[in-house]
Design a protein around this ligand. Structure first.
Ligand code: C2E
Ligand code: MG
Ligand code: MG
Length: 626
């Protein structure tokens, strides 16, 4: 700027000289003219000189600004940026990044960058990087640097810089800290691949492990073994003690199973009460059998949770690769099919996969799908089995038994489809349908002149726990107009395995409605008689397995006799199921059993056939033939 003022001063003096000469008309004086010309030339030269200086100063300032900007960018960059020479010595390193320390420490020591990675980066990766630089290629990958505080994961790009002859002049490294992303990715990975409760690999992880086990054993030409474990009776524990207790059972089971396995044997938690063990390729079937048997034993040991002693068992299925399936989904299905086979034989045992077993698993799935539509397709029918008073021989009531007419599944019986409906939760809707239609039917008969009958409806534990049963019963009674005293709800012992305040409350609500409660299939459940005192049952039904040999076996007579006496001591009406002949009926009558039902009288019949049967029976009674 100073130069500019100087130039202006010169120009001004030249202008003044010219004015003096031309305007004031100073007489011709060559010396003055020369002076004026000199001043003018000097002014022009000064002006050019000043302009050049100004231009240079601007260029310098621009360069300074740019370099300042670059410095700010480098210093505040979230990435670590490094410039290396051709020998991979560090020439420049920006300092604004946490991993700066790792590099700077070694940089001061004069180490090469690739050597600085020595402690952190696997030799294989370092080789790859060297290779890429030699080949003048860019390398990109994730490197882990451990510091005293924590590990940093750097997403690193290594770019060789070439001069105009195509020779390596420098190497630029740009490393971005992705530790935070890595942390989130790790957590997502854990959520996707591990069971949150037990921390074991989940089904997805197990499938991937199976895939690689298949690859490994194909390479080594050896097979491996899969063990599917399913805990028995978990449903009852869930219904009665709640899922928190069940969760603790799963955690404890995990510990017990872990203890039975070596490190190279993989244990996965497939979900709910299902576990899977993948045995390494060296394991033979005998060793697998021993492992499965130890697992059975471990599951049999009592669980002590929240002051409850819980006894469960397991059903185990085994299958082999490649004999029982050559892909992982098939193997999983076959191991599960073998497990189902063990369960169907009563559980607490192991079973090896055999051809044809998986059809049972598939049938279950198919059954569940079909059950979903059974009500809307009008496939359910109610059948009615008479219940007769032993002393008077009078028809006392009926038990309602559900029938499913499904041609695709060849009309499965309740023992096949009720467990599937229970497991899938569909029993709640189905049970409601049964209750409403049974109540309506009894009222229809009553209005058409048939004597008032009691109606017994089977209720599953699941309906009790999840189904708001008291409200469903109240609605069915109100909608049909059936007096509550004519309705009996049949409940099995399974529900009472562990009594909880919630279950007791439901019993109280039902009793308040005025309905009767019967304990069904007595003797087949959990054999704890204390609940007979605690729950307000009106009737006890002796399971047909006790009745069917009382005409042949004295021990059974003694047992049935004891059950009748005990029922009476609790003021319960005793009903015997499955009475098939006159001999059985006579024994039961002598032992003062109150009611009987069974094929001796009639199997369960459709509504119209039941009316004919009841009319014929009443007629026979009148003519004293019964
Ligand atoms: P349950 O309640 O103990 O029903 C008695 C079963 O014994 C019925 O089998 C009946 O047909 C059969 N039975 C009756 N008399 C005799 C006899 O003299 N000899 C023989 N061998 N069997 C006889 P069903 O109908 O196959 O039902 C089996 C079980 O399915 C029932 O046992 C009950 O637990 C369940 N169930 C049936 N209908 C329903 C329902 O609507 N809801 C629920 N939750 N369960 C149901
Ligand atoms: Mg029943
Ligand atoms: Mg029964």
């Amino acid at each position: 700027m100073a130069y500019l003022f100087l130039a202006i001063a010169f120009i001004a003096s030249a202008v003044f000289s010219a004015i003096a000469y031309f305007v004031i008309k100073t007489p011709y004086d060559p010396a003055l003219l020369m002076l004026a010309t000199l001043v003018g030339c000097t002014s022009v030269i000064s002006l050019c000189f000043c302009a050049a200086l100004e231009f240079q100063s601007r260029l310098r300032k621009d360069a300074e600004r740019k370099s300042n900007q670059q410095r700010i960018v480098l210093e505040h960059s979230a990435s670590t940026l490094m410039l290396l020479d051709t020998q991979l010595n560090l020439e420049f390193l920006n300092s604004g990044h946490p991993s700066f320390d790792v590099f700077n420490k070694n940089y001061i020591k004069g180490e090469k960058v690739v050597d600085i990675w020595r402690d952190n980066v696997p030799e294989e990766t370092r080789q790859q990087v060297r290779h890429a630089i030699t080949e003048k290629r860019t390398w990109r990958g994730e490197l882990c640097f451990g510091t005293s505080k924590k590990d940093s994961y750097l997403l690193t790009t290594i770019s060789p810089i070439l001069d105009e002859n195509g020779e390596l002049s420098n190497v630029v490294i740009c490393a971005e800290d992705v530790s935070e992303h890595k942390d989130i990715a790790d957590r997502l990975f854990i959520r996707e691949n591990y069971n949150v409760l037990t921390g074991l690999p989940n089904r997805q992880f197990a499938l991937r492990t199976l895939q690689s086990a298949i690859k490994d054993s194909d390479n080594s030409e050896s097979g491996f073994i899969l063990i599917h474990i399913d805990l028995d009776r978990i449903r009852y524990i869930n219904d009665s003690l709640g899922h928190h207790v069940v969760d603790m059972v799963f955690v404890e089971t995990t510990e017990r199973l872990r203890r039975t396995l070596r490190d190279d044997q993989i244990l996965a938690h497939l979900g709910a009460d299902e576990f899977l063990i993948i045995l390494s390729t060296e394991t033979c079937i005998d060793e697998a059998t021993i492992i499965a048997e130890v697992a059975l034993e471990r599951c049999r040991e009592p669980f002590y949770i929240n002051h409850h002693e819980i006894n469960i068992s397991a059903s185990i299925g085994l299958c082999k690769y490649p004999e029982d399936g050559d892909d992982c989904t098939l193997l999983m299905r076959h191991a599960e099919a073998a497990m189902f086979n063990a369960k169907e034989k009563g559980g607490d045992r192991l079973s090896y996969y055999e051809e044809g077993m998986s059809s049972e698993t598939e049938l279950r799935l198919e059954m569940e799908n079909q059950l979903r539509h059974a009500i809307e397709r009008d496939e359910f029918k109610l059948h009615y089995q008479p219940v007769v008073n032993l002393e008077s021989n009078k028809l006392r009531g009926v038990e309602v038994l559900l029938r499913w007419q499904n041609a695709d599944l060849k009309n499965p019986n309740p023992e096949q489809f009720i467990p599937v409906a229970e497991q899938s939760g569909l029993i709640i809707g189905i049970g409601k349908w049964v209750l409403e239609n049974a109540c309506k039917q009894i009222m229809t008969w009553s209005r058409s002149g048939l004597p008032a009958l009691n109606v017994a409806v089977n209720i599953s534990a699941k309906q009790f726990i999840d189904g708001d049963i008291a409200e469903i019963v109240r609605y069915a009674l109100q909608q049909s107009g059936l007096p509550a005293s004519q309705l009996e709800l049949e409940i099995t012992e399974g529900l009472l395995i562990n009594d909880t305040p919630e279950i007791r409350e439901i019993f109280t609500q039902l009793k308040r409605l005025g309905v009767h409660l019967s304990l069904d299939d007595f003797g087949t459940g959990y054999a704890s008689l204390s609940y007979l005192k605690r729950y307000p049952f009106d009737a006890l039904k002796i399971d047909r397995s006790f009745v069917n040999d009382i005409d042949k076996c004295e021990d059974s007579v003694t047992l049935v006799n004891a059950i009748i006496a005990m029922g009476h001591s609790f003021n319960m009406v005793v009903i015997a199921e499955g009475v098939e002949n006159l001999h059985q009926r006579r024994i039961l009558r002598e032992r003062h059993c109150d009611m009987v039902q069974g094929f001796l009288y009639s199997p369960a019949l459709p509504a119209d056939q039941f009316v004919s049967w009841a009319t014929r029976y009443a007629e026979m009674q009148r003519t004293q033939h019964v």
